[in-house]
Design a protein around this ligand. Structure first.
Ligand code: ZN
Length: 394
């Protein structure tokens, strides 16, 4: 792969933008010193003042563009990744909705096939298992008959089959056996999140002490805060766990998003999409795992009971919504899509930051926060649609 130099970019480092140049060699970044010059004849992308930020990381999505993760082949996963990349997401976890053991195993095998090939688009980092150790009272789109009590041997089985590819799992702390399995999940390389939960405050706080590190779609499919019984939402807000937020304007009122950010701080909030196969497609009938879903005006709901079932959101739109709802500067919003998910998953040595040696996963933004270009491992995956921004030779 040929080296590329990005010059005249407003580079996002240390939560600030500063004019600078980047070298991309072998898909990795190096920040060039101010006095350093680009070698003669090198391939150069003139960012001409565009903002250069780390690629977004989506740790919770069920698919997009007609593809549902629960039945996505390896090639489908790649197609989904290409859609994500156009929307600024350069790496992601495939969220497998609670399904049969056989189908879950099939999903894991598709992930393996995906990893074996040379792939385009956003990098699939691994699998997020949303279930099956979840509470039926807060099941959302989970098939009730497939929910089960905590069982570390099943998690171990999946993780072994995935060769460590299960990175994240949503569990309900009040389900028998779950509190005990939380520290064991950490031991097999799975970051535990709590969600789909009616846990009381004490149980949820205990789950955090046991090692829960995040909260799945905060405020949705969970028992809410009451002044006498703060419940799982209260524990989510009070503890240091990362809080997933779905910023589509439907799952959370903008005021709730502001409240979560004010309570948690910008270093503990993660903007996820929880998108389904309908993302990027018009309204109509779709499915989510085993469920039929109807999308009207972009709002996805179960055909059976009208319960909201994922979103049609992209991280590109989540960024814009966060900016307009909070009035915070881009510098403060970006960690919620980049550093925070990288820190949660323990991949900040490669992802989430612009620094020497990190993967060259980059998004170039114009003054309206429109995406001008996206790179995954130094390869441009979207059309460069800003006039004058083209590769040239130094
Ligand atoms: Zn989900």
């Amino acid at each position: 792969m040929e080296d590329i130099y990005i010059v005249n970019g407003e580079i996002y480092r240390g939560h600030q933008f500063r004019r600078g140049n980047l070298e991309i060699r072998g898909g990795k970044l190096r920040c060039m010193a101010a006095e350093e010059t680009v070698p003669a004849g090198a391939r150069v992308l003139d960012a001409a003042g565009l903002k250069v930020v780390p690629g977004f990381i989506d740790i919770h999505t069920h698919g997009a563009t007609g593809i549902d993760v629960n039945c996505a082949s390896a090639n489908d996963l790649e197609k989904t990744g290409c859609f994500f990349a156009k929307n600024g997401t350069t790496s992601w976890l495939a969220s497998v909705l609670t399904d049969t053991k056989e189908q879950t195993e099939w999903c894991i095998r598709q992930y393996h096939l995906y990893r074996r090939g040379e792939r385009r688009g956003a990098e699939l980092l691994g699998i997020h298992l949303e279930g099956p150790f979840l509470a039926s009272a807060y099941k959302g789109a989970m098939p009730e008959e497939l929910l089960r009590e905590g069982d570390i041997s099943l998690a171990e089985h999946y993780q072994k089959l995935a060769e460590g590819g299960i990175r994240y799992m949503t569990v309900s702390p009040e389900v028998p056996g779950v509190l005990e399995m939380i520290p064991l999940l950490e031991g097999i390389g799975i970051v535990a999140a709590m969600g789909h939960s009616g846990a009381d405050y004490a149980t949820a706080m205990r789950a955090v002490r046991q090692g829960v590190r995040a909260v799945t779609h905060t405020g949705n499919a969970m028992r809410l805060l009451h002044q006498h019984e703060p419940a799982v939402l209260g524990a989510a807000l009070e503890s240091d766990a990362y809080c997933e937020v779905i910023c589509d304007g439907r799952h959370l009122h903008p005021g709730t998003v502001r409240l979560i950010i004010k309570t948690k701080g910008t270093d503990r909030v993660i903007a996820v999409t929880d998108s389904i196969m309908a993302a990027g497609l018009p309204d109509g009938k779709y499915h989510l795992g085993v469920n039929e879903v109807i999308v009207e005006a972009g709002d996805a709901k179960l055909a059976s009971d009208g319960v909201r079932a994922g979103s049609t959101l992209t991280q590109k739109l989540a960024l814009k919504n966060l900016l307009s709802w909070t009035g915070l500067p881009l510098e403060d919003i970006l960690p919620m899509l980049t550093e925070n998910p990288a820190n949660l998953l323990g991949i900040s040595d490669r992802k989430g930051f612009i620094a020497d040696g990190k993967d060259a996963d980059l998004v170039l933004l114009d003054d309206d926060q429109e995406i001008a270009a996206v790179m995954v491992a130094g390869i441009c995956v979207s059309d460069c649609n800003v006039p004058g921004m083209e590769y040239r030779r130094a």
